[in-house]
Design a protein around this ligand. Structure first.
Ligand SMILES: [Zn+2]
Length: 182
């Protein structure tokens, strides 16, 4: 079982930093930190885990499919307005192995961060929805996209600046991967 971890948006924000918080925190930097940590924790646990951050969604899907990964995790920060809050996970429609993986992710994250709101509503104005669907549709293996808290919300942007939170989030996602593998 080998997993491809995708940090959302472009490396160093060129050309696409993703969403940018009220004090300038960039989504691409948060996702890169968390993605690299997830990879590191999984490798320490003996899991074959690779990491990709690339502006081209097509390249990401091609790498996932050509190298026959068994699992795909894309990491983003949510963004909408100053009051939207919480964590969310996306899969393609219908019940598949991807949903089992998504459940593992949300269980570990909500257990680790009981104060975060768990969102299950697709009807908000999430800017990533289309990009998320692209990588979830384009990858052949079970795939989920996790949205960390809202970078557009000042208090959640502060949450995303906290290195301890990012480290705990990465540990939770790594545990979710090993939960799914069992
Ligand atoms: Zn994003």
């Amino acid at each position: 079982m080998k997993i491809l971890i995708n940090a959302g948006h472009a490396p160093n924000g060129v050309p696409d930093p993703g969403a940018v918080g009220p004090t300038g925190l960039r989504e691409c930097d948060v996702t890169a930190k968390v993605g690299a940590k997830v990879q590191s924790y999984l490798r320490n646990a003996g899991v074959e885990a690779d990491y990709i951050q690339n502006d081209s969604l097509e390249v990401i899907c091609d790498v996932c499919n050509e190298y026959k990964y068994d699992l795909f995790l894309s990491i983003h920060c949510n963004s909408f307005n100053e009051s939207a809050e919480g964590i969310e996970v996306y899969t393609t429609p219908g019940w598949t192995q991807s949903d089992t993986f998504a459940d593992c992710l949300m269980k570990q994250m909500s257990d680790t961060f009981p104060n975060l709101t768990v969102r299950s509503d697709w009807s908000d104005g999430d800017i990533d929805k289309e990009a998320g669907l692209y990588v979830l549709r384009g990858t052949a293996c079970p795939a989920a996209l996790f949205e960390l808290p809202f970078i557009s919300n000042p208090s959640e942007e502060a949450w995303l600046r906290d290195e301890h939170n990012l480290d705990e989030a990465a540990r939770a996602m790594a545990r979710a991967v090993t939960d799914f593998m069992q």
